[in-house]
Design a protein around this ligand. Structure first.
Ligand SMILES: C[S@@+](CC[C@H](N)C(=O)[O-])C[C@H]1O[C@@H](n2cnc3c(N)ncnc32)[C@H](O)[C@@H]1O
Length: 402
């Protein structure tokens, strides 16, 4: 089960998974919100609340037993002991998690990226979320993500806001084909992935290795033939789940060349999430191609998030081969021009990139490029394209249209 709490303009959201297994939660002041009728919301964290196992009544215990994470009927209240953060007086109360007026989609489990993706934004989502425009879902009713990748922000937005139109694109044809297949034929995809999972997990180490490389070869043959089958989408997801670090890297001829990963028990088929993703994608326009195609979609009612391949911090840290085309400084400058154009049109634009100042304090490439906009520097943990040994906590840029 997921507990979701918002501030009054839904610009900040807190989520908690499996609340019954947690000892402590942050609770927040309650405020009403028009977009999510009857739902309890939060201004800022006020308490640490501790679920007190000592006061669970029979009735509550029964509710708790019924409320497995996969079931969608959480209780409206549970008993908490709330401790003010400043060490003040304790409050014991029944705290409402859900309200009976909440709509069905708000009760559903949340969709999340179905692939691991280089540059994925899951771990800095809260910082990005803090920059969503105040009118999202209430005046700003269109969303565009032209460099969608794994879609961490896309799914967050789809989970939280009622939107009229959503547009995503990516230059990676096989990734886009996987999105379309999930939208169009999730049942077939789940069956294919279940078979792949069984075959892989029931094999020993040597056999797994040959299965991986056979599937990689088959994927490349289909890719080269510009195939659009269910098999191509299933192979794409299988390779993402079993390859080294979820990487997607291609050689000069466009062949996917990532070696096998060392996961003991990879989850190749996360059926619940694939079905949730499929339901969220039903009304989404999914485009294979360059980010510039989004220009016909973006208008003054659009929130557009641009997460291009990051500008490398150093030559050795360079990672821009999501597809055959790189994304050099000229491409970064062109994108900045496009972002200016979209923001002059009245769209609310947010963009991410690396901060060159991590390695060179004097490098103000992006400060100059985005001088008209609001630039924030945030901390992130990076696995690719980072400094030193290839992992570490570094600063990244969030650029919001000014
Ligand atoms: C940093 S990743 C996006 C990560 C994504 N935000 C996530 O959470 O997973 C950049 C993406 O841009 C795509 N891309 C690269 N050049 C592009 C272009 N010219 N137009 C559209 N997409 C492009 C890459 O294939 C890659 O998926």
């Amino acid at each position: 089960m997921v507990l979701v709490m918002f501030d009054s303009c839904v610009s900040r959201v807190w989520q908690f998974n499996a609340v019954w297994s947690q000892k402590a939660l942050c609770l927040h002041a309650q405020n009403p919100i028009p977009a999510w009728q009857g739902h309890h919301l939060c201004e800022k964290p006020l308490f640490h609340a501790i679920i007190d196992p000592g006061v669970v009544t029979n009735e509550e215990q029964e509710t708790k037993n019924r409320m497995q994470p996969s079931k969608l009927q959480p209780p409206t209240t549970w008993r908490t002991m709330a401790l003010p953060k400043d060490g003040g007086q304790k409050h014991e109360s029944n705290f409402a998690i859900w309200d009976n007026h909440m709509n069905a989609s708000a009760r559903s489990p949340l969709a999340k990226p179905f692939v691991k993706w280089a540059g994925g934004k899951s771990q800095i989502l809260d910082k990005i979320r803090a920059k969503y425009p105040a009118g999202l879902g209430n005046g700003i009713n269109k969303y565009a993500e032209p460099f969608v990748g794994g879609g961490a922000v896309l799914f967050d937005v789809l989970n939280l806001y009622p939107l009229d139109k959503v547009y995503i694109s990516d230059i990676n044809r096989e990734l886009v084909h996987a999105y379309i297949t999930i939208r169009e034929n999730v049942g077939g995809l789940v069956r294919a992935l279940t078979d792949f999972q069984q075959e892989y997990l029931s094999a020993g180490a040597e056999k797994r290795k040959s299965i991986y490389y056979e599937k990689r070869e088959r994927f490349n043959a289909l890719k080269l033939a510009q195939d659009c089958s269910l098999e191509l989408a299933a192979l794409f997801i299988f390779l993402n789940k079993t390859c080294f670090n979820g990487l997607y890297r291609v050689n000069a001829k466009g062949g996917y060349n990532v070696p096998q990963g060392k996961y003991h028990n990879p989850c190749v088929c996360d059926e619940e999430n694939l079905r949730m993703v499929s339901s969220k994608l039903q009304k989404v326009t999914i485009v294979h191609g360059d980010y510039k195609s989004s220009q016909a979609f973006i208008d003054d009612k659009t929130f557009a998030y641009f997460d291009p391949p990051y500008r490398p911090l150093s030559v050795t840290a360079s990672f821009t081969s999501y597809a055959q085309d790189g994304f050099d400084d000229t491409a970064q400058s062109e994108l900045a021009g496009f972002i200016d154009e979209m923001s002059e049109r009245g769209a609310f634009v947010l963009a991410s990139n690396s901060d060159p100042k991590n390695t060179d304090e004097t490098d103000d490439f992006f400060d100059r490029l985005y001088a008209k906009h609001d630039i924030s520097r945030i901390d992130a943990l990076r696995a690719i394209n980072s400094v030193g040994n290839g992992r570490g906590r570094i600063r990244e840029l969030l650029i919001a249209s000014g």
